[in-house]
Write a protein that binds this ligand. Sequence first.
Ligand code: IMP
Length: 427
Amino acid sequence: MPAITLVGAQWGDEGKGKATDLVGNRVDYVVRYQGGNNAGHTVVIGDQKYALHLLPSGILSPDVVPVIANGVVIDPGVLFEELRGLKERGVNTERLLISANAHLIMPYHRALDKVSERFLGKGRIGTTGRGIGPTYADKISRAGVRVQDMFDPKILRKKLELALNDKNQILTKVYNRRGLDLEQILDEYLGYADMLRPHVADTGLVLNRALDEGKTVYLEGSQGTLLDIDHGTYPFVTSSSPTSGGACAGSGIGPTRITKVVGIIKAYTTRVGSGPFPTELLDESGEWLRQQGHEYGVTTGRNRRCGWFDAPIARYATRVNGITDFFLTKLDVLSGLERIPVCVAYDVDGVRNDEIPMTQTEFHHATPVYEYLDGWNEDISHARSFEELPKNAQSYVRTLEEMAGAPISAIGVGPGRDQTLELRALV
Ligand code: IMP
């Protein structure tokens, strides 16, 4: 049976929680493979709204095993709070599995994330301040602390000593901040060990065995294609690989076992943080989109930057991820527009580019070339099939599909569980 990957096709916040929730009851495992509590998934079930940052949204489906795989970075304090919050609302969290190889976000990672952003001034990336970048930097430079280290106090102490030798120098001498206390961190992290222990597993082995037994594994990406460390708008990116290739490295599942890659994409575009965004609207239409679409960050509460749909980005996502199906979200937000601009190419210093330009400098200079599609006035949030959509909404979807280069298999017309039109079964 298959492994299926879900990836954000834009700059994140495309509505991945909703897609996972839709297929949640048809899969056996829901796996997070990268990122950390920089993510924010909102899932609405009945009148209950759940905001998850670290836990896979599969935690809300009683028959699913949620997995935090090796590619994720874990802030154990946040994990503890999220688990507690769900338990208080009666959600059973016992099934959760956590990779022994996942790296831990330490207090000095959070401190360095915040202070280095402040020092970047106007050049700041606009990170979520959760310590994500510094944790991945330590992982790559082989100075990280992993989940398994919490179960060996001697090793944990040794690793912390080495880390603090370095980090405290940087915090005090470069950034003029207070250094951090080893014993305090040690106490705090050893305190989390008991809470984590029942959940920790060799998740790569578990997932491959599950596939051998015919189970379905759903790999849930966080952030999005253009925030990918390799394929995104570097340096205005996150420090992991949300793209589908990252799903293999981040979970221990080989690429030949993945049979479908679902790209999740909004009917328009948003981004948080700094960096180029050709279709961004700085006028009242941007504010209109923000209000209609409730475009405020789940994790940081920041206003999201809003703009029209960008077809070269959609095509790029198809190419980089090998997207086989799209899930188009928030189509209902566009109701009420007479004409809807869609970016079909860029003008870069007087030259037309049909694809994302090769260099970041060019991308910074890119201005959108728009085509205008006919809008619709009807409220479509009650539609339950493609045929129930107004003709112009149908042709908006069909045009986007053609431009993006992969079929749109599902459409979101509202935040609720039942507000999804499934054109082809995703799983
Ligand atoms: P970091 O991941 O906190 O290091 O932030 C790096 C960049 O990724 C910033 O522009 C963030 O706003 C952005 N980012 C991180 N996580 C998300 C997300 O879940 N949705 C949208 N943007 C994100």
